[in-house]
Design a binder for this molecule. Structure first.
Ligand SMILES: [Zn+2]
Length: 480
């Protein structure tokens, strides 16, 4: 049954703030508020508090990470960008202005690509600029408290084109953005820790329309789970207005996830005059071509994900899991390089290693074992050359995870090496068949389930050290 909502489509653009993972704030030596600090107002100094006469100094670390983040969006890094002052008064802004890049941002254009329900989608980036964060207001009954720990912390604001047509698009983009920010070390982009915040610009129009109608900016969305609810609510609110012969106001609204609705924060009419002008205390940021090139990123998580599906023939889930974070992906890439076996390298990580990590009481991850990657590759090589059984390989992996060491030494210590000396094995098979002549007769007369008995006898004589697969082949050759 069709509803009034089916006639309309949603058009969205995003403004995302990502906190840069530098040690210091953007313009002073204070510790950056990457984690939520325990005590308020611990990380403050005269510079980030805007005391008269203090001069900001741009952190080289922030610039370095921002350029890497720009490359991760395939964006064009500008050799010259300029900081501007955005003046407004609010208690969470001790300087009385924000330092941002209004007219000449550090990077312009390009895209974030991701797979949504198996389809490759690209969302265009308009630009990314650098700016410092404000503090935090804490409202306690009749009073408001100010915490300036994050005042002056570096932010990257990433503005997209209006390319989003569903909440799945928005969530897919944000998840990919989080991945690439972690990939290039620019940010952990953890929404719960306020390292990633997103404002959504939403408008609706009839499905056959091409114009853009009035847009509403939705703020205060602070978790992946609340994004979908906020978008659905705004989509329906705007349609209900149009259907009632009205139109939404161009305004900024705050989303209240607990109550499930948004309320107006400010309208376009009373938008503040920010009196932008070039920041007089900072020179333009000049970056050389070499500096920009040195920070290029070759392969992104999405490139590897597609490669794993198309070239390595992995399933979509495995490809996603193995390209999620750089450590796991690099570990997998090295395993494939050393063993030439993309499927087995995948299953050793996703089934054996991950279940060992899950079962471990001590927290353990790929990070703890990555330096020993050649020994894990050696396990796969030995399984593929039939010198180690697949069952025993799990014991070896467990030992490598728990205590490290060398694969070959572990195998020899635990007596797990399968012997494949054909002449010696043939001797055992001949002996077993000679000692069980009557069973051989029965087998030849049609009692085919005796086959396993012969292989079992061979394994028994060889004390389990020899390869059952080779025994199976030899017995088959000899008794048909
Ligand atoms: Zn400071």
């Amino acid at each position: 049954m069709s509803t009034i909502y089916d006639k309309y489509q949603i058009i969205m653009g995003l403004e995302t703030h990502v906190r840069v993972k530098s040690n210091t704030k953007m313009f002073c030596p204070c510790a950056n508020a990457i984690e939520l600090a325990l005590e308020p107002n611990q990380n403050v100094c005269p510079i980030c508090m805007g005391f008269p006469g203090m001069l900001p100094t741009l952190s080289a670390w922030v610039v370095d990470l921002a350029v890497r983040a720009a490359h991760a969006m395939r964006s064009t890094v500008q050799e010259k960008s300029i900081f501007d002052r955005k003046s407004y008064f609010y208690p969470d802004l001790p300087m009385g202005y924000q330092i941002t890049q209004m007219y000449h941002p550090i990077t312009i254009g390009w895209e974030v690509r991701t797979l949504i329900h198996g389809e490759l989608k690209s969302f265009r980036i308009h630009h990314m600029h650098l700016e410092n964060d404000a503090g935090k207001l804490i409202h306690v009954s009749w009073k408001t408290l100010c915490d300036y720990n994050r005042a002056g912390s570096p932010l990257m604001e990433i503005v997209t084109e209006p390319d989003f047509r569903s909440k799945e698009d928005v969530i897919g983009y944000l998840e990919e953005l989080q991945k690439i920010m972690r990939w290039c070390w620019a940010s952990d982009a953890d929404m719960e820790k306020w390292q990633l915040r997103c404002d959504v610009n939403i408008s609706v129009r009839l499905k056959d329309e091409t114009i853009l109608r009035t847009r509403v900016e939705l703020k205060n969305i602070n978790s992946f789970s609340s994004i979908g609810r906020a978008i659905d609510n705004e989509f329906e609110r705007q349609i209900e207005l149009y259907e009632a012969g009205k139109a939404p106001d161009q305004e900024t609204r705050g989303w209240n996830d607990e109550k499930g609705y948004s309320t107006p924060l400010r309208s376009k009419e009373d938008a503040m005059d920010y009196r932008y002008f070039p920041e007089p205390d900072l020179l333009p940021l000049m970056l050389s071509h070499e500096y920009i090139q040195e920070r290029t990123i070759n392969e992104l998580p999405i490139d590897r994900r597609i490669k794993y599906i198309e070239q390595y023939n992995l399933g979509a889930d495995d490809a996603r899991i193995l390209s999620n974070d750089r450590t796991t992906s690099d570990f997998y890439e090295t395993l494939v390089e050393l063993t030439g076996d993309s499927k087995k390298s995948c299953s050793y990580i996703t089934t054996i290693l991950f279940s060992l990590f899950d079962a471990s009481i001590e927290p353990i991850s790929i990070v703890d074992i990555q330096s020993n990657v050649t020994e894990f590759a050696r396990v796969i090589q030995l399984v593929n050359s039939d010198e180690l059984s697949s069952t025993n390989s799990k014991r070896v992996i467990e030992e490598l995870v728990k205590n490290g060491g060398k694969t070959d030494e572990i195998i020899d210590t635990l007596w797990l090496r399968q012997k494949n000396d054909i002449t010696a094995l043939e001797k055992i098979v001949d002996e077993v068949l000679a000692n069980n002549a009557s069973q051989v007769e029965e087998y030849r007369a049609g009692k085919v389930n005796l086959f396993g008995f012969f292989v079992g006898q061979c394994m028994k004589v060889s004390a389990g050290q020899w390869n059952p697969k080779v025994f199976t082949d030899l017995v088959k050759q000899k008794i048909g």
